[in-house]
Design a protein around this ligand. Structure first.
Ligand SMILES: [Zn+2]
Length: 378
């Protein structure tokens, strides 16, 4: 996905004048009246609304910084990737010199972090709600109780390797050999006073903010794993990253269970705008139709669509907007898709014009699959 800066074709440190000039140029180029693509045009508008305001721009930059740090779609991918990298880096330490320990420090810190994806339905966005999360973290314990991370209370630096975990021998002029330190089992430290590393169940309370946006990452400092950092020669604690993700499938399931409006579902969410797709049959494309739509905030909207060949929009009924726009809520877009009529209705070579004439005075509504209810227009 392109950043707002990329959309506006500007650098991240562009001044407000540069932003405005580039926006004006792009709007002229992509205006739908001049044959431009409506989606591109909307993206440009959205990017400009965000970046032209210092507050929303700062907020956006902040979120992006967190994203850049994560850089991965989900936590699982992140974890897997690091477990692979870890072994490589370990080999570097055993076999190489210099920079490897510095890299190790960086990876070590990330390895101590815990990444948890929290799936939110769109209903969760409208209320500020308290939740708790249970997870496992490894900490130092003494008799089953959390213990101090301070040196010489629970652990001592390994005397043999001075905390590096490896030993280096001079085996000839200019030739060195590295081996794993056996005195500390390559960890760089030894536990004392019966302390040990243990996996414990942990729980954290947090609040889902009102209007939270997809991908928002909340960092709970010092609630991650505890581990020994060979570079700093001390124990440290990682952070917990809560990554909030919209769950559109679950949202649709709940809407279906609650309202059971047929043939309509949420097909996408773009920042605060919700896209619905209504799967229409051939009659509806000819005559127009009428259907109900349930919003995630519990509102029901009756849609009367006369022309299904273009999309529709309801302004200000989208998600609460803390995500770059001048309005309080995003919009609802409605798209129409084709749906095949059930196998039991056969209309071979039907005459579309005749059908259109015949159907002109009715609203068709599909009850299920192939049963169509016709409502006479007033
Ligand atoms: Zn050692």
């Amino acid at each position: 996905m392109s950043s707002y800066y990329e959309i506006l074709e500007i650098n991240d440190d562009a001044t407000s004048d540069v932003i405005r000039q580039s926006y004006k140029k792009l709007v002229l180029k992509h205006h739908p009246d001049k044959g431009g693509d409506i989606k591109t045009f909307q993206k440009i508008q959205e990017a400009y609304e965000c970046l032209s305001d210092d507050n929303t721009r700062a907020q956006y930059d902040n979120t992006r910084a967190q994203y850049d740090y994560l850089q991965f779609e989900d936590a699982n991918e992140f974890m897997n990737m690091h477990s692979i990298d870890m072994s490589d880096i370990f080999n570097n330490i055993i076999n190489g010199f210099g920079l490897a320990s510095q890299n190790f420090s960086k990876y070590m810190e990330e390895e101590l972090n815990i990444y948890i994806t929290v799936h939110l339905t769109l209903m969760d966005i409208y209320v500020k709600s308290d939740r708790s999360i249970n997870y496992q973290r490894s900490i130092i314990t003494n008799n089953g109780k959390p213990a101090s991370l301070k040196e010489n209370t629970c652990w001592k630096l390994c005397k043999e390797c001075k905390g590096i975990g490896t030993k280096t021998y001079l085996i000839g002029p200019g030739y060195f050999q590295k081996t794993i330190c056996e005195a500390c089992d390559a960890t760089g430290f030894n536990f004392i006073n019966g302390c040990k590393i243990e996996n414990v169940n942990y729980s954290l309370e947090y609040t889902i903010p009102y209007g939270i946006h997809d991908g928002y990452t909340y960092i709970m400092k010092k609630n991650g794993h505890v581990g020994f950092n060979k570079y700093n020669k001390k124990f440290q604690t990682g952070d917990v990253f809560l990554i909030f993700k919209y769950d559109i499938n679950k949202t649709n399931e709940i809407l279906k269970d609650t309202y059971n409006f047929p043939n309509i579902y949420i097909s996408a969410v773009h920042s605060c705008n919700i896209d619905y797709t209504y799967e229409a049959n051939i009659f509806e494309f000819i005559t127009g139709t009428e259907f109900n739509l349930a919003l995630p905030n519990g509102e029901i909207i009756v849609i009367i669509a006369k022309n299904l060949n273009s999309s529709g929009q309801i302004k200000g009924k989208g998600l609460p907007n803390t995500n770059c726009s001048s309005t309080a809520f995003g919009n609802v877009n409605i798209y129409f898709g084709h749906r095949r009529i059930g196998e039991d209705i056969h209309l071979p070579e039907f005459d579309k014009i005749a059908l259109k004439r015949m159907m002109r005075n009715y609203y068709p509504k599909v009850i299920n699959g192939s049963i169509i209810e016709l409502t006479k227009k007033n």
